[in-house]
Design a protein around this ligand. Sequence first.
Ligand SMILES: Nc1nc2c(ncn2[C@@H]2O[C@H](COP(=O)(O)OP(=O)(O)OP(=O)(O)O)[C@@H](O)[C@H]2O)c(=O)[nH]1
Ligand SMILES: [Mg+2]
Length: 535
Amino acid sequence: MFSRRQQVIWILAVIALLVPYLGLMAVGGYALWKNGWFWVYGGVTAAITALVYGLAVYLRGRRGLQEVTPLQFECPESWPPREREAWGKVERLAQQAIQGEIPTKNIDDLRNLLERLIREIALHYHPDHEDAYLDIPLPQLLKIVEKVSQDLRQVVQQYVPGSHILTLRDWVKLKQAYDFVQPLYETIYMAYRIATVPVSPLNALWREIRRYVTGQAIDLSLGELKSGLVSYVVHRMGFYLIELYSGRVVLDEVEFDRACLTAEQAELRAAQPDVDDSFPEFIRIVIVGQLKAGKSSLVNALRRTWQARSDVLPCTSNVQCYLMEPSTDDLGNGLQPLPGLLMLVDTPGYDNLGEAQAFQFSFEEIKKADLILLVCSARMASRKADREFLQRVRQFFQEHPHWKMPPVIVVGSFIDELRPRHEWNPPYRWEPTEKRETLSPKEKSLQGFLTAIRSDLELSPTEPVVPVCTHPDRVWNVAEALIPAIAAHWDEARGVRENRHLHSYQGQKYRHLWRQTVNLIGSTARLALKKIGLN
Ligand SMILES: Nc1nc2c(ncn2[C@@H]2O[C@H](COP(=O)(O)OP(=O)(O)OP(=O)(O)O)[C@@H](O)[C@H]2O)c(=O)[nH]1
Ligand SMILES: [Mg+2]
C-alpha cells in the first residue's frame, strides 16, 4: 500500500511524535515509584482500561460494526466483449490520471477528464457521430443520475464521519469557523515558533524537524488518497456511462426482475412441469459434437454421477432436455457441489443432418446456451467439422457484440480407445503440468490427444479440454474433472444468461411505446371529458 519511502517517513514521523511522550512516561514513572504511588496509579489505570474495554465490547455487540463497502471496480460477469472493450478504455484513462499523464490538480482538470471520458465512451458506441454523447434517451439519463446520487449518498454515509448528524448549516458554519480560526492560528503559532528559538534552541530545532517529517508523510498520503479518489470517480462514472450508452440501463428494476423470473420459470417448467416453487438457479448446458462422438453417453454419465432426480423431455423432435438436480447427499463421495441445477440439452451430431441443415439445430440451441460442451471423440481422426462449427459460433458472437458468447468446455471422449487400446487402468494423469518422462504410454497418448484438440480447434489457453470416458462400464473423469470445470464457469454462464434476459427485456421497446401511448391517450381523454363536464 505504501511505497518504501513513505514507510520510512511514516516510521520517522511516529518516532518523532512518540519520543517526547515516552520520555515523559519514563520520568513520571520514576517520580511515582520514588513517592510510593506507582502501584496505586497502575491499579487505577488498569481498572479504567478494563471498564472502557468492557463498554466497547458491549456497544459493538449491540450495534454491530457497520460494513464498509470496498471501493472495487470489477467489470460485471454479464458484460459482453463490446462493453469489456469500453471498460478497457475507462481503465486506461484512470491509469493515465493516476500516473499524472493527465492533470488532476484542480476541479477544472477533473471536469476535463470526465468530459474526455464521456466523449470516449459515447464514441465507442456511436463512432459515426461527432456529438455521440447526445445519443441517449432522456429517461435513461435520469436513471443514471438517480444511481449516481444513490452511490454518492452511500459513500458519504460510510466514509464521512458525522455526515448523518451534521446539517448543511453546520457544514457552512464549520467552514466559516475554519476560515476564521486558521489564519489566526497560523499567525500565533508562527510568532511562538520564532519567539521560542532564542529561549530553547534545541527544543525548537527538534520541533521543526518533527513538523517537517510529519508534513511530508501527510503530503504523500494525501497524494495517494487523491489518486484513489480520482480513480474511484473515473471508474464509477465509466461504469455508468457504459451502462448508459450500451442501452443496458433498466428503468424499472422491479419489472425487469419479474420478467427474468417469469422467463426462468417458463424454461424450468418446460423441462420439468412439477418443479417446486422455490425455482432454484440453473444453467443451460448445450452438448454438441459430431455423429457418435459420445454426447448422449456423456449426458447419461452426468446423470448417473448423482443418481439424481432427472427427467427427460423431448424439447423438440431433434433435441432432448434433461433437468438434473444434483442431490447434496452424494457430496460425501468427494463430488464438487454445484450452485444450482443443470439443464442438459443433447443435440444430434452435426454430420447427422443434410448439408443444408448442417449445424442448424445445434446452432439454434447455442443461441439459448449458457455453457457449451463440445464433445470430440478420440476415435475420429478428423476434427474439421468441430473446427468449422466453433468458428461459426465465434463468428456469430463477433457479429453480435451485444451478445455474450457462452464459455466452451471441450470434452475429449473415448479415452479408453487411445493407445495402448487394451489397457484400461485409470486414473490417468492428463494435466499439462505433469513431467512427460514420468508418464505411462497411455498418459502420453492422452496428452498428445489433448494437444491435438487444442491446436485443431484453435482454442485459447483459457478454454479447457477435459478428457473423459463415457462408456457405460468405464466412466472416468466426469465427476473428478468435468463437474469442477462446469463449477468454475458457473458465474460466467450465469452472466451469459443475465445478458440474454436483459436483451430480451430491452428488445420489448415497442411494448413500452404502446404502454406510453395508451397512458397518454387515456389521460388526454379523461381531461377532455372533464372539460365538457362528462367526468
Ligand atoms: N469405448 C467407448 N465407447 C463409448 C464411449 N462413449 C460412448 N461410447 C459408445 O459409443 C456409442 C455412441 O455413443 P452416443 O453417446 O450415442 O453418441 P452420440 O454422440 O450421442 O451419437 P449421436 O447422437 O447419434 O450423434 C455408444 O454405443 C456408446 O456406448 C467411450 O468413452 N468409450
Ligand atoms: Mg445422441
